[in-house]
Design a protein around this ligand. Structure first.
Ligand code: GLU
Length: 427
């Protein structure tokens, strides 16, 4: 069960829910925190959580209400930073976990940010474009009291994109009476967005995948890769791995699962997944069951969809060499232990998918100086930040004989708690 010392009255996490997963991850590293362990309560509850009502005039004239959230898990190391997710299953508990993982991620990479996340409980496929814009604008207005370029900076996440960021930036700017481009990242380049931001998360997954492959002496030429989730993260990572000689043997998304031992054509998979027929309409691939995805033999598995996908049961049967977490929180705590026992390396989300927020950081910096960098510069800087951060984690994992996730959490949580300690408790 979840450690009762971490309980708050407003959510009831379970061992397998997102917040429960996060708490279990923190529990594992308390013995490594030394004197800082006295401050661990800072990590096991969010600093601030805002729930908002979003009433919208629908196209048919009726009024519908949507639930919105913005959670600032920690502001100890800087302004809150993290995406906004649109999904029919979003809950406060989930957003709390996602915000906390942003705290850990930003600290693991040493970005000068705390951690935050937002969400709106809506299925974007079930509302019109105009309704989506109104939801976005009202949500932004409601959370406007806690966001801002020095306070908390949203960005894209599941089902949100550059256009939604443009509406958020415009709404915030209209409310304060002047253009504030640095209030969100992941904007269109024409509005102060950064080159390379769209591909940054997938590129980070790829860069770290190559690094692990080298360390584990796996040649990417012909390596078999299975990808769950073919959105912005999964498809970009897949494309880069294919360019490096690997084969994408299986892809699963919300429309279905396809398999081809010789390798799938990434561009065609993207087209099929966006078509009305979904992945099953893809020519030249076998359609397999959702459960069978977890039986596919691969060298690398990239979960790049939602949290809680690698359960204990799936972990027991996975036939892969290593897992690179493109999604946030895809592996449940019990599954983590099983994979560790089975010798399957898991590269945790907080470093594997940190490429996105790292380029968000570049965007925020560029917006402040209104001076923009070339794509080459962005890619070079991304590599120069991400790989050393990963090497640090790798070294600690060897030194302390702990998993990469535990090593990443130790490094990140020490940084957060050290900042907390230096700032002191007010009053
Ligand atoms: N949503 C992305 C993540 O989970 C990016 C967040 C950001 O750029 O602030 O890391």
């Amino acid at each position: 069960m979840v450690n009762p010392a971490h309980s708050v009255s407003y959510v009831t996490p379970t061992r397998t829910s997102a917040w429960g997963t996060y708490l279990a991850q923190v529990d594992r590293i308390i013995p490594y925190l030394g004197d800082l362990s006295g401050l661990v309560g800072t990590l096991t509850r969010p600093k601030r959580a805002l729930i908002v009502d979003i009433p919208i005039r629908m196209d048919d004239g009726s009024v519908q209400h949507f639930e919105g959230f913005r959670v600032q898990h920690s502001l100890s190391r800087g302004p809150g930073k993290g995406g906004v997710r649109y999904h029919p299953d979003v809950t406060l508990e989930e957003v709390m976990a996602l915000a906390a993982w942003m705290t850990v991620k930003n600290a693991a990479v040493n970005l000068p940010f705390g951690g935050a996340k937002g969400g709106v409980r809506v299925d974007p496929a079930k509302v019109s474009r105009a309704e989506l814009e109104r939801i976005t604008r009202r949500y932004t207005s409601e959370i406007g009291i806690i966001i801002g370029p020095q306070r908390d900076i949203p960005a894209p996440d599941v089902n949100t994109d550059a256009q939604i960021m443009a509406w958020m930036m415009d709404t915030y700017s209209a409310n304060v009476g002047g253009t504030v481009s640095g209030v969100v990242t992941g904007k269109p380049v024409a509005l102060g967005g950064s080159l390379g931001r769209v591909k940054a998360t997938g590129r980070g997954v790829y860069l770290i995948g190559c690094d692990v492959a080298k360390r584990r002496k796996l040649s990417l030429g012909g390596a078999r890769i299975a990808v769950q989730g073919f959105g912005n993260v999964g498809s970009v990572a897949a494309e880069l791995f294919v360019q490096a000689g690997a084969r994408i043997v299986a892809v699963q998304d919300h429309t279905g699962t396809v398999y081809n031992a010789k390798g799938l054509d990434v561009a065609k998979v993207v087209t099929a997944s966006r078509s009305t027929g979904g992945l099953p309409s893809l020519a030249g691939a076998d359609v397999i069951s959702g459960d069978d995805f977890w039986n596919v033999e691969s060298d690398v598995l990239i979960p790049a969809a939602l949290e809680g996908q690698i359960t204990a049961e799936r972990a027991r049967k996975l036939k892969t060499g290593f897992v690179i977490e493109g999604a946030n929180g895809p592996t449940m705590p019990e599954a983590d232990e099983i994979l560790e026992d089975r010798g399957i390396t898991v590269v945790p989300d907080v470093i594997a998918n940190a490429g996105g927020v790292t380029v968000s950081y570049f965007e925020w910096v560029q917006d402040f100086s209104s001076f923009f960098w070339t794509e080459e510069e962005i890619e070079r800087r991304l590599e120069n930040i991400l790989l050393p951060a990963f090497h640090n984690i790798w070294d600690l994992h060897l030194e302390q004989k702990v998993t990469l996730r535990t090593a990443a959490f130790i490094i990140a949580c020490r940084r957060v708690l050290q900042a907390r300690s230096l700032r002191g408790i007010y009053p």
